[in-house]
Design a protein. Structure first.
Length: 274
């Protein structure tokens, strides 16, 4: 269904990795049901995650010590993690971070016109007979979306190891954010993204705290003013403007992610004071 990796930029990639990326993408998107699932209507997705109380999700699936261990691991990779927003990461920085963790990275654009449906994936070693785990990032997306994908897949690598979670065949970056809320390994990956973009001092300024901690805590309804402040932060820190997206559908997909990661960050602040 998808074409080969676009090599027009002059970037080099080992043939075996090139073949593997195309093999995984073709396998993941070969069945119409799976493809349609990843291309669900983003407007419906946004409505659902706006109404969802993310605090209940955290209580059901995660514990404070597990989240804390993940943050500590990220703090060994990124200076001032959860104290300052991490700076925009270049592809070269992807490779440097991955090398420190003995992970391989392929960060190149996918050439097929339908290639934007593929954001990236994390492939563990066993299922694909790899010497090292592999992270693929589709750089045809906006640089912030590509960085989000890298951080998400990095989160898979860290969370599965720290929390002793079973490694699936491959972790595709899926924009079905409601499904993420039912799976601890996806929540772990999303937590890395959320805290990277919204460190605690910023989260305290952005997100309303008009309720007490404990059983009555909620992270449900983000107001319009808060969403505008979030968009302004992403523009100032990462040069992201949702109005400049190539298509309305792409803008809605990015908006769904923006709301999801913000609400997750709000819930982490309210539930765990992290």
């Amino acid at each position: 269904m998808f074409g080969a990796i676009n090599m027009a930029s002059g970037a080099k990639i080992e043939p075996r990795v090139d073949r593997l990326v195309n093999r995984i993408a073709k396998s993941a998107y070969s069945k119409p049901s799976k493809c349609e699932g990843r291309r669900r209507r983003p407007g419906i997705e946004i409505s659902a995650i706006i109404r969802r109380d993310y605090v209940r999700t955290l209580r059901r699936h995660l514990a404070y010590q597990g989240v804390k261990s993940l943050i500590l691991a990220c703090g060994r990779i990124f200076a001032n993690f959860n104290r300052q927003s991490i700076e925009m990461l270049t592809v070269e920085r992807f490779h440097e971070i991955a090398a420190e963790l003995s992970v391989e990275v392929c960060a190149l654009p996918y050439s097929n016109p339908g290639g934007l449906a593929l954001r990236g994936f994390y492939a563990p070693t066993a299922a694909w007979r790899l010497q090292r785990p592999l992270i693929y990032v589709n750089t045809a997306h906006h640089p912030l979306a590509a960085m989000t994908t890298f951080l998400h897949e990095l989160g898979h690598h860290l969370a599965c190891d720290l929390w002793g979670l079973p490694q699936r065949d491959v972790h595709l970056f899926d924009t079905d954010y409601r499904a993420h809320l039912r799976m601890p390994h996806e929540l772990g990956a999303d937590i890395v993204v959320s805290i990277a973009g919204y460190p605690k001092p910023l989260a305290r300024r952005l997100f309303p705290m008009g309720w007490n901690h404990g059983l009555v805590a909620q992270a449900k309804d983000l107001g319009d003013a808060t969403i505008q402040d979030i968009h302004k932060h992403l523009g100032g820190a990462y040069g992201f403007n949702i109005v400049n997206c190539a298509s309305r559908e792409q803008a809605l997909h990015y908006l769904a992610g923006m709301i999801h990661y913000a609400k997750l960050r709000w819930a982490l602040l309210g539930e765990f004071d992290i």
